[in-house]
Write a protein that binds this ligand. Structure first.
Ligand SMILES: NC(=O)C1=CN([C@@H]2O[C@H](COP(=O)(O)OP(=O)(O)OC[C@H]3O[C@@H](n4cnc5c(N)ncnc54)[C@H](O)[C@@H]3O)[C@@H](O)[C@H]2O)C=CC1
Ligand SMILES: CC(=O)C(C)=O
Length: 259
């Protein structure tokens, strides 16, 4: 119970890795604000946190919209009585050959994966500063934030950018007692990967499941990652044991990429 009584906001918290992180932080003792653009799954996600026995609130917001991210942070503070941990997890994938990607597709993924993290860092840091308290900011990068993958070029670029924002913010915010770190998952068996696999199949003629299996085949530990694997590391980043760590983007990928 290292974060007992703290308030954590998780973007993209309605499903997948975000929900896994929210569940773990709740089990660690935090109150949880679940923020997502998709209202449909927020109710069930909140019920899962409620079942753990921690206070939970939900807020519908598009992280690409700065005002909505600020409103989400205000909502968390107001409903849960504090604000301590910001997890900028929301993101989308995009499978496209470099030669075919369109300006509209680039705008969309940059808006969510880069600006979404930027607005999250900004809103959270300003809230911590206004409350004159320390805080933890934790961002979703990826193995694709360390290596550019074929057909995932623009997605990879956004995840490299998350590392850059993490490093710059860590330096700028250290004097305020705010740490900023990132987690870099490998191949997590969420809906995102179902969509990636389907898009690879449509573009390359690969069989359903073939691309996913190929990627999982590159994992030294021999199995796909679970949201719980990611959440265990985020729990460390959210808690006091990581107080002397900032500006890092750490691979939690079963041994796929070595840096
Ligand atoms: N699944 C994987 O293998 C990996 C995922 N990641 C990253 O982890 C994060 C979570 O991924 P998954 O859980 O797998 O994805 P997912 O697609 O299963 O879930 C993402 C959640 O974010 C929400 N979301 C999407 N756009 C949003 C927006 N504009 N505003 C607010 N919420 C929005 C979705 O509604 C959904 O609930 C993403 O940033 C992703 O890039 C990184 C490495 C590997
Ligand atoms: C989804 C993702 O982050 C990959 C393919 O590295």
């Amino acid at each position: 119970m290292t974060i007992e009584g703290k308030v954590a906001l998780v973007t993209g918290g309605a499903r997948g890795i975000g929900l896994g992180i929210a569940r773990r932080l709740a089990a660690d003792g935090a109150s949880i604000a679940l923020v997502d653009v998709n209202n449909d799954k927020l109710g069930a996600a909140a019920e899962a946190i409620d079942a753990i026995g921690r206070p939970v609130t939900t807020f519908v917001a598009d992280v690409a919209d700065r005002d909505q991210v600020y409103a989400a942070v205000d909502h968390a503070e107001r409903e849960l009585g504090g604000f301590d941990i910001m997890v900028n997890n929301a993101g989308i994938a995009q499978v496209n050959p470099i030669l075919e990607v369109t300006p509209e597709e680039v705008d969309r993924i940059v808006g969510i994966n880069i600006e979404g993290v930027l607005w999250g860092i900004q809103a959270a840091a300003k809230k911590f500063q206004a409350r004159e308290q320390k805080g933890k900011i934790i961002n979703a990068s990826s193995i694709a934030g360390h290596e550019g993958f074929a057909m995932l070029g623009v997605y990879s670029a956004t995840k490299f950018a998350v590392r850059a924002l993490t490093q710059a913010a860590a330096r700028e915010l250290a004097a305020s007692g705010i740490t900023v770190n990132a987690y870099c998952p490998g191949v997590v068996g969420t809906d995102m990967w179902v969509e990636i696999d389907e898009r690879f199949a449509a573009l390359t003629g690969a069989k359903k499941g073939e691309t996913y299996d190929k990627y999982v085949g590159g994992i030294a530990l021999g199995r796909a990652e679970t949201p719980e694997d990611v959440a265990a590391f985020v729990s460390y980043l959210a808690g006091p044991d990581s107080d002397y760590m900032s500006g890092q983007a750490v691979m939690i990928d079963g041994g796929m990429i070595y840096r």
